[in-house]
Design a protein around this ligand. Sequence first.
Ligand code: FAD
Length: 644
Amino acid sequence: MSVVDRQEWDVVVVGAGGAGLRAAIEARERGARTAVICKSLFGKAHTVMAEGGIAAAMGNVNSGDNWQVHFRDTMRGGKFLNQWRMAELHAQEAPQRVWELETWGALFDRTKDGRISQRNFGGHEYPRLAHVGDRTGLELIRTLQQKIVALQQEDFRETGDYESRLKVFQECTVTRVLKDGEKASGVFGYERETGRFFVLEAPAVVIATGGIGKSFKVTSNSWEYTGDGHALALLAGAPLLNMEFVQFHPTGMVWPPSVKGILVTESVRGDGGVLRNSEGKRFMFDYVPDVFKEKYAQSEDEADRWYDDPDHNRRPPELLPRDEVARAINAEVKAGRGSPHGGVFLDVSTRMPAEVIKRRLPSMYHQFKELADVDITAEPMEVGPTCHYVMGGIAVDSDSAAARGVPGLFAAGEVAGGMHGSNRLGGNSLSDLLVFGRRAGWHAAEYASGTGAGRPRVDDAQVDTAAAEALRPFSAEGGEQADGPPENPYTLHQELQQTMNDLVGIIRREHEMEQALQKLAELRARARRAGVEGHRQFNPGWHLALDLRNMLLVSECVARAALERTESRGGHTREDHATMDRAWRNVNLLCALTDPTGGLAATDAVRGQITLTRETTEPVRPDLLALFEKDELVKYLAEEELYE
Ligand code: FAD
């Protein structure tokens, strides 16, 4: 039996990005002893990379904005597949969460009259994104971290111990959620630096691990995004919702190859940047779909007037939702009108004075100067689609963020499904993290205090199994696994990324996804033999070998769901089913992991089967439907929904 350090907490939060930190603050403020675990250094979560801003209908720049308009935009962006109650709570509560951040010390950019400034973004009817230059995520995390430190100081004054009620375990990776019967009972993980194992026992576990982008070759996501939380939930017996919906951001860098995929923020377009093809044509006017025709400008003149007079002009088509822009760029490149390195041109240099570009987009200026030797104040950028965000995720209850099927398990942030439907609007993630992070922390604390003396117990046998699973890569040639030579985890990862990029990428075809599923099955078998050398002290090969389990499970969910959904909607585009089909509007796809004998939650992840079920969505509440014109609803709703 391996040596495993054990501690007891009330709430364990896995992930210290915006969602995890907000959940931890809430749980601690509601009296729960709370532990936060993160893979990277504290403060270095993916949220730090968020550039554009936080969407919240505060109406600071256009008083026409309110939660109802934000709700409408979010549902339109998600093509009405959003879990509507989440979209409602999100639109209603986002402004309070931004103001709250300000009271905790966040310094937002200001309007001339001193209010929090808000900028335009794709799919948002009004300027809505509260921002700090193009470094909003950094300020968000800095503020939440500062709040955590303030709470720890408060605890020190009372108990003499900074970490008595709120403790951060950094550079630690969780590999399993532990269970007592059906209920969550804690987590198992390892310290990345020492390789030592630990168990945190707790009746409530909040998963806030972010996204899955590292399964794709071209991505804006950082090394942390290996779909761990999605896989942890699957392995614990909780289903994943609508995993086919992966967002390809239209503008990632395409050159040089070493930085391909790095994000070029949408603020560039929100602030006036335009997209052109190799012929110099502003091509987005050719790609406005019927459902959006009335809301977008038909000429360059009108589009340009909108920046100064949004009340009397329609928005530029560069600000269509991301899925539309990404597909348009893809089509231009395919038609041979791309830029020299396989993207299109994004130009701010002819649209704004150099000093304004440097002030409003400082990170973009430095990013291009340092990584591509391009001066964006003097020449256009070359950009193309990059895997950016996953709309699919752990199926949760809208109000409490409780994961379906596993009492005591909660999920918030990018890892949770439902909120964004088939496509997320830019800026709606940072607000989602705050709104549902808080809700997850609140309900986790309540759940934990409700367990009283009946706290779930950690089963030693599960701990031993988790330890054996984690150690498997060190003995890849031994025993049962000796059905082939040991495999290099880096090679497997590269093959996985190539497969997902080529066969389950931005435009999908039935035969390619079938091919992908065959390849994923082969990779899963080979991953069983992923072997590493050396020892457990900071060993990145070992870490990757463990992450592979998660990436492979999650990739299979994406591919299976994408094959099943025979329509194009939001982030899911099928060449062989090119249009949105109203019959699919109210269909959710749920992925679960079953063991080979049919039981739920395989103990052996590599042998478990991903199964897919369909479920009808809950009808949208009539007062929320009444916020839309009937003509618009006809474009989205299923026949029977319209009839009702
Ligand atoms: P994260 O911030 O990624 O945090 C995940 C945490 O989980 C990390 O602490 C990680 O270490 C930890 N973790 C993961 N796996 C494990 C494990 N197994 N064990 C322990 N810990 C684990 N959205 C907007 O709304 N506005 C924007 O302007 C914007 N800009 C963006 C720019 C870029 C370049 C990118 C990539 C994304 C952007 N997004 C933006 C999206 C947004 O940043 C993310 O969706 C959001 O930050 C996710 O936050 P999170 O709290 O869910 O996860």
